[in-house]
Design a protein around this ligand. Structure first.
Ligand code: 13P
Length: 247
């Protein structure tokens, strides 16, 4: 059985003060212990959020990292620095980073490899644009992202990776992929992992992301190949995040 994983991606939201208020709000509630809850917070809030999460089962995540340990990369944060802050997870290759910050499958691949060296679990994002879907290319695009992104990753390491299928047209738009379409793509991703890694495909957890809300999470989570959700907007409200974890 794969442990369900609900991760909040706060994106570029919340000052330290706001972050702590949100974490306090989440902590005031009972969370389902059989679901792994993760908050992926801005770099600036990681230290304080970590301190507040001590003694809870909620895991800590970052939203990006560089692939080098250190060096002349102005403005970047390295996995070494994130490890020092006790980060458990790091989102890698989010579509917003691919779109606005020139990330490619090649940089995603490098980041995954370094994250794994430091024991930081990558949440690797894949997904197609609306145009690609309408052109019937969604599977081809996602398949290439998986194959190229995971090049040179061992079967042992693939088990540590979470994949997030986030169709770009569903992010922040209020348009969720139908649960059947979302499951079909997650199942296709699992088959692709099967081609690359055999039986490990049954261990790798695959999330759906894109306008996941308390009112649609249950239907999505009941699907055979959806093991979790990567949530933007709804993860910024304590009550909603708690409802998502307790789907
Ligand atoms: P929304 O839940 O706001 O659509 O964002 C999804 C997302 O991009 C999570 O990484």
């Amino acid at each position: 059985m794969r442990t369900p994983i609900i991760a909040g991606n706060w994106k570029m939201n919340n000052t330290i003060k706001e972050a702590l208020t949100l974490i306090e709000g989440i902590k005031a509630n009972e969370l389902n212990e059989n679901v792994e809850a993760v908050v992926c917070v801005p770099f600036t809030a990681i230290k304080e959020v970590n301190a507040l999460l001590k003694g809870t089962n909620i895991k800590l995540g970052a939203q990006n990292m560089h692939w080098e340990d250190n060096g002349a990369f102005t403005g970047e944060i390295s996995p070494l620095m994130l490890k020092e802050l006790e980060v458990d997870y790091c989102i890698i290759g989010h579509s917003e980073r691919r779109q606005y910050f020139c990330e490619t499958d090649t940089t995603v691949n490098k980041k995954i490899k370094t994250a794994l060296i430091y024991g930081i679990k990558p949440i690797v994002c894949v997904g197609e644009t609306l145009e690609q879907r309408e052109d019937g290319k969604a599977e081809e695009i996602v398949r290439n992202q998986v194959i190229n992104g995971f090049e040179g990753i061992s079967a042992e390491d693939i088990k540590e990776i979470v994949i997030a299928y986030e169709p770009i047209w569903a992010i922040g738009t209020g348009k969720t992929a139908s649960s059947d379409d979302a499951n079909a793509m997650c199942s296709f991703i699992r088959d692709t992992i099967g081609e690359l890694y055999g039986d490990e495909k049954d261990i790798v957890r695959i999330q759906y992301g894109g306008s996941v809300k308390p009112n649609n999470v249950n239907e999505l989570m009941n699907k055979s190949d959806i093991d979790g959700a990567l949530v933007g907007g709804a993860s910024l409200k304590a009550d909603d995040f708690v409802k998502l974890v307790n789907f």
